[in-house]
Write a protein that binds this ligand. Structure first.
Ligand code: COS
Length: 379
């Protein structure tokens, strides 16, 4: 299915913006390993920190297809900027859109969509609760009208540059994933410590940190939704997040492919006539298009309010794995120059590996898909 005229125009505008304002900074962002505040300010000026929020709450109110297009284009230009924007929108803003009450929306949404006082983070992962997200050890204990939070999180994107986070804590002594609740926590809440920055293989400009909570007192008004709904809320959020990580992997793959093609056209014309290289280019092209179709399919299901958990898992799984493959093949074709930071290929190769690990590993996506297959076979 084709994009609508409006989506096509948005794609062209995003391509132009990313090539002018983001791509020229990508190598430096990677080299410095610093959060790209200037680039994020430009992203904010275009409203792209509020892509998933409705207009009445200060967002752009984009459909999921357009949002996926934006994440693809940003990531094609710069992976660090891509993950920053994707995590903020899908994991930070989206829980507020879906689960916050009007008072919480009034307090946070427009501010977070503007990016003026910082971004938003999603605190789910813990040292012993990564793939097994239900094993959360962070606790929330009721004390009068407040909740006292203790514990810690790790690998939290945007943590050092956030205004607020949405976190999970176990509030009921029930086995497994039930009994988990989610809370909004402000950056400057006493007892909340934003810890050391991770020194990562790729996506070096994105700000990833550990968090600790020491007797953090949160008023009951900071609970998101009802007590015990946290796990399901986060599963719903991850369904959408997987589309955006798929789109990010797709953008990185497209960036690697484009860079490879440009390089051989300009520097190794003889390779264009090599059938071995032609076959590699054809395979890369087909895989990129397949990934795009899976991402658009999952996005369209979400836009049509249909279930899309399995489709988003398939999109993320496939796009992430072909992302790594395409980046690797592009490097093989280009040869030694691809190993130098003069070209974006080695950076893309490092950046794209995150997509097979973050927001649910490839193995978790296979689990989600397999469970659906088994369920269908039994029914
Ligand atoms: N949407 C809505 N509800 C969902 C859901 C979804 N996508 N997935 C699960 N649920 C619900 C189930 O329906 C079930 O509800 P009931 O308790 O009412 O029956 C509940 O959540 C528990 O589901 P399940 O038993 O399937 O949970 P598991 O503990 O077996 O975990 C996986 C399922 C492994 C899929 C889950 O833990 C997961 O996605 N892990 C990866 C987490 C991840 O991506 N971490 C990285 C985050 S970095 S940002």
């Amino acid at each position: 299915m084709e994009l609508t005229d409006k989506q096509t125009q948005f794609q062209q505008e995003m391509r132009e913006f990313c090539e002018q304002e983001i791509e020229p900074n990508a190598a430096q962002i990677d080299r410095d390993g610093e959060f790209p505040a200037d680039v994020i300010n430009k992203v904010a000026d275009r409203g792209l920190l509020g892509m998933v929020a409705p207009k009445e709450w200060g967002g752009l109110g984009l459909d999921t297809v357009s949002y996926a297009i934006a994440v693809e284009e940003i990531s094609r230009a710069c992976g660090s900027t891509g993950i920053t924007v994707a995590a903020h929108n899908s994991l930070g803003v989206m829980p507020m859109v879906l689960f916050a009450n009007d008072k919480q929306k009034n307090e946070y949404l427009a501010l977070l969509c503007s990016g003026k006082d910082g971004l938003c983070s999603f605190g789910l992962t813990e040292p012993d609760a990564g793939s097994d997200a239900g094993a959360t050890k962070t606790t929330g204990v009721r004390d009068g009208d407040d909740w006292i939070i203790n514990g810690g999180k790790c690998f939290i994107t945007n943590a050092g540059v956030c205004k607020a986070l949405v976190i999970t804590a176990k509030t009921q002594k029930i086995q497994g994933s039930r009994g988990i609740s989610s809370f909004i926590i402000d950056r400057d809440t006493p007892g909340f410590v934003i810890g050391k920055k991770e020194n990562k293989m790729g996506l070096r400009g994105s700000d990833t940190r550990e968090l600790s909570f020491e007797n953090v007192r949160l008023p009951a008004t900071k609970m998101l939704g009802n007590e015990g709904e946290g796990f399901k809320q986060f599963m719903i959020i991850l369904d959408g997040g997987r589309i955006s990580i798929g789109a990010m992997a797709l953008g990185l793959a497209q960036g690697a492919y484009d860079s490879c093609l440009k390089y051989i056209r300009e520097n190794r014309k003889s390779l264009i006539n090599s059938q071995a290289v032609q076959f590699q280019l054809a395979d890369m092209h087909v895989k990129i298009q397949c990934a795009r179709h899976l991402i658009l399919h999952a996005s369209r299901l979400e836009d049509a309010n249909q279930t899309f958990s399995v489709e988003s898992a398939m999109a993320k799984l496939y796009a992430s794995e072909i992302g790594t493959e395409v980046a690797r093949t592009a490097m093989q074709i280009v040869g030694p120059d691809a190993y130098s930071s003069e070209l974006p290929l080695e950076r893309i190769y490092r950046d794209v590996r995150l997509c097979e690990v973050g927001e649910g590993t490839s193995e978790i996506q296979r689990l989600v898909i397999a469970r659906d297959i088994i369920k269908c076979d039994l029914s």
